[in-house]
Write a protein that binds this ligand. Structure first.
Ligand code: BMA
Length: 307
């Protein structure tokens, strides 16, 4: 089982005429809404600060982008950039999980002196975003993504306390208590591709068998790859299937090289007409698309995922 690259890859490149997105465009979120694909992507330009751009598409391959970013840094908590959006629609409103990379931090300085916060913002039109706040502060935490519906009346999010994927619950998206957080899975020692680190990709896909979660990982060689697993539908902290093999890894020149080499990094896997559309950053420099049938991916996870 492996994802198939689109023949028109890469599907989005830096715009050399635009100061804020002339260097890198990568790690996009994509949702399918009202018959259109809506992309939010991370962009870097002349100042190397990450901003979030927006683009829209009829076919999911050719994009029309807004000339201005839809989210930019606003204070010391995100002055180094707003990164890696993951957008989800819940009960008719849109929520964006994104990483704020700042110079100011609460608690101990971490990760080379920067603060890395998992933030949530809300929108009714995908363009204007209102910041709700962070899930946690005072630690380096990212790769957070909300589930597309409430479970037991609560919002759920995955997040990453390195090197494990955690689950957290909240009544209102504003208060996230430590007591409502727990680790759900981590790297697999000795397994070639995800032995060092893992983190969630896009919004978990609801299926009759459970939540299908695509995730990224790397091993000793630091090559980013994707895997898939299945979380229990009612108790998503329980991992029910997790195949050993990856489903995608860098092979193209623009995945092996780029701004950061050997990186495929995905924040989006919308399902449209039975096809999983995996949008991803290649080499932290451009955007690619790879697909598979949802039925085939589910088969693979069920059959190869162990008991
Ligand atoms: C991760 C994230 C991603 C990035 C990846 C590879 O830690 O910061 O934004 O694509 O590293 O550089």
């Amino acid at each position: 089982m492996r994802l198939k690259r689109h023949e028109q890859n890469p599907i989005l490149l830096p715009d050399l005429t635009s100061p804020w997105q002339c260097t890198n465009v990568f790690n996009p979120s994509v949702i399918y809404h009202n018959g259109l694909f809506h992309m939010h992507y991370r962009a870097q330009g002349l100042d190397w600060v990450s901003r979030i751009g927006y683009a829209v598409s009829v076919d999911g391959v050719a994009w029309n982008r807004l000339s201005r970013p839809v989210l930019e840094p606003q204070d010391g908590t995100d002055s180094r950039g707003v990164e890696d959006p993951r957008v989800v629609e819940i009960n008719g409103r849109f929520y964006m999980c994104y990483t704020a990379y700042g110079r100011e931090f609460v608690g101990q300085p971490t990760h080379a002196g920067g603060g890395i916060r998992p933030m949530i913002a809300r929108s009714d039109n995908l363009i204007s975003w209102e910041r709700l706040g962070p899930i946690v502060t005072g630690e380096d935490n990212k790769d957070h993504v909300l589930f597309p519906r409430l479970i037991n009346g609560r919002y759920l999010t995955l997040h990453r306390r390195w090197p494990h994927i955690w689950l957290a619950a909240s009544d209102d998206l504003l208060t996230w208590r430590e007591a409502d957080m727990r680790p759900i899975f981590g790297p697999r020692l000795g397994n070639s591709w995800d032995s060092k680190s893992v983190g969630a990709n896009g919004v978990p896909i609801e299926t009759p068998h459970g939540w299908l979660l695509l995730y990224h990982g790397y091993g000793e060689d630091h090559v980013y790859q994707f895997g898939a697993c299945l979380l229990d539908l009612a108790e998503p902290w329980r991992v029910v299937k997790r195949p050993l093999a990856p489903i995608f890894w860098p092979e193209e020149m623009w995945e092996l090289r780029g701004d950061v080499p050997n990186v495929v990094f995905s924040n989006a896997n919308p399902v449209v007409n039975g096809t999983v559309h995996v949008y991803y950053g290649g080499g932290d420099h451009v955007i690619g698309l790879a697909t598979c049938s949802l039925a085939d991916l589910l088969d693979f996870v069920m059959v190869e995922g162990g008991d």
